[in-house]
Design a binder for this molecule. Structure first.
Ligand code: MG
Length: 450
């Protein structure tokens, strides 16, 4: 298969005015309109460059004859929900967790999933070759503004929980000045929760924190949780397909812990396969065993998780849950993409049915230690091969790079798709074992580094 030139795993991104220009987005609109003729829904996050780029996108779509429905500012999973089975395609102007000077476009298929590799390559070919026609004055598309469509998404989430399930629960929400400012606090209030917010106004200058939720950036959310006695705090990345948490003691919840707890909650009610990338903590194996489920690993990237879930279901295999160890969780009875609003709501549902506090549930999970580092090398293929052959007695998985594992220790060595580096991840039950494994890998590949 040919390589993608423009798009990464999560759409095309770049610094506005440099790589990310109105001209580029215009061409994306023209190419998409030619490839997926039919009504197309568009939306954007809160970035200052959003209006500029969304107008360029719409111009391209309209010029190629597509009718455009502009859903305004909303989370990516909300647009994906709106698109599914209703529009020929969708396009979201967002740079997700990237800093404020970035923006980008995520293309959404008719089934609500992000566009896959093969189709993205076809889209890029049209874009670079100028393989799209300008329609004449009688055949241009029409534009409709539909900021209220987001209500469908909120209603669909609410319908999955008993009415008033959050009554008596105080929660703290940090939408990070992103589009979830317009959805998650309202959603949790409608579930009955008392909601306190921080960074709760849409603002593309991101005055409170950067779009990537980090432990440092969420310190004020942790304070708010402690001040208000909240059961938890929840924060989103810049387009709210991910949700991360602070527990009732103000501690940042490691995202693999989040995945494990929510997977346990979901899989107690729904058996089948849990789909996740090879970079996820083995905690998910423990949860699978406990709930009578199995784990299927995919390459790193939420699109591969979503597509594998759909393929399994097409083959008649029951799928229980999907997600990544970064707060991006996929609920197969809701939709096949990461959904931060659904994750916030599910935490309310989880805690409403629990005697224990979130902190107690987290402390009950088995301990693990993660090490993650990047190594510069132009010889990524040889590095992977050296690790594969260098650890006899370990089981090896070539789903994405090389993942070796034995007992409760594993390592993933994975070439980057875009830079001359390999990423190394190690997980073990404690720091010493993790460092020993990391050192063994360093020793094995040292002769290959300049
Ligand atoms: Mg995101």
């Amino acid at each position: 298969m040919k390589e993608k030139r423009l798009f990464g795993t999560n759409g095309v991104r770049g610094v506005v005015g440099e790589r990310m220009t109105p001209e580029l987005v215009l061409r994306i609109g023209q190419a998409l309109g030619a490839m997926r003729p039919g009504p197309i829904a568009v939306g954007r996050d809160t970035r200052t460059s959003g209006p500029v780029l969304v107008h360029a996108l719409k111009s391209g779509l309209l010029a190629s004859g597509c009718d455009v429905v502009d859903c305004g500012v909303l989370p990516t999973p909300a647009l994906q929900f709106i698109v599914r089975d209703t529009f020929a395609a969708g396009a979201m102007v967002t740079a997700s967790h990237n800093p404020p000077q970035y923006n980008g476009v995520k293309v959404i298929e008719h089934d609500g999933t992000e566009m896959g590799d093969r189709e993205v390559i076809a889209l890029e070919r049209r874009l670079f070759d100028g393989d799209f026609a300008l329609r004449d004055w009688m055949n241009l598309g029409t534009e409709t503004l539909a900021p209220d469509l987001v209500g469908r998404y909120l209603d669909a989430i609410l319908a999955r929980f008993p009415g008033g399930i959050g009554e008596g629960m105080t929660v703290a929400v940090d939408p990070g000045s992103g589009p979830a400012a317009l959805t998650t606090p309202a959603l949790l209030r409608r579930m009955g929760c008392e909601v306190h917010t921080i960074n709760g106004e849409p603002d593309g200058t991101f005055p409170g924190r950067l779009p990537e939720p980090t432990p440092d950036g969420l310190a004020p959310l942790a304070d708010l949780v402690l001040e208000t006695g909240a059961a938890f705090g929840v924060a989103h990345d810049g387009d709210a397909d991910r949700a991360v948490f602070v527990d009732d003691r103000g501690r940042y919840v490691e995202e693999n812990h989040e995945f494990a707890l929510i997977a346990r909650h979901v899989c107690r009610r729904r058996r089948g396969v849990i789909v996740t990338p090879v970079s996820t903590s083995q905690l998910i194996e423990d949860i699978a065993e406990e709930t009578g489920c199995t784990v299927r690993y995919t390459p790193v990237g939420s699109i591969y998780v979503a597509r594998t879930m759909l393929e399994l279901i097409r083959d008649g295999v029951p799928v229980a849950f999907g997600g990544e160890g970064n707060g991006g969780l996929i609920y197969p009875d809701h939709q096949f993409c990461r959904d931060g609003g659904m994750t916030a709501a599910t935490m309310v549902g989880l805690l409403a049915g629990e005697e224990k506090r979130l902190s107690e549930l987290l402390d009950g999970l088995p301990p693990f230690h993660f090490i993650s580092e990047r190594i510069e090398t132009g010889r990524a293929g040889e590095v992977v091969a050296a690790v594969e052959s260098g650890f006899p007695g370990y089981s090896a998985d070539r789903t994405d790079g090389i993942r070796i594992s034995k007992d409760r220790t594993w390592a993933l060595v994975r070439p980057s798709g875009t830079e001359p580096i390999v990423r190394v991840m190690v997980e073990a039950p404690d720091r010493r074992s993790a460092e020993a494994m990391r050192d063994a890998i360093r020793g094995r590949i040292a002769p290959l580094l300049d």
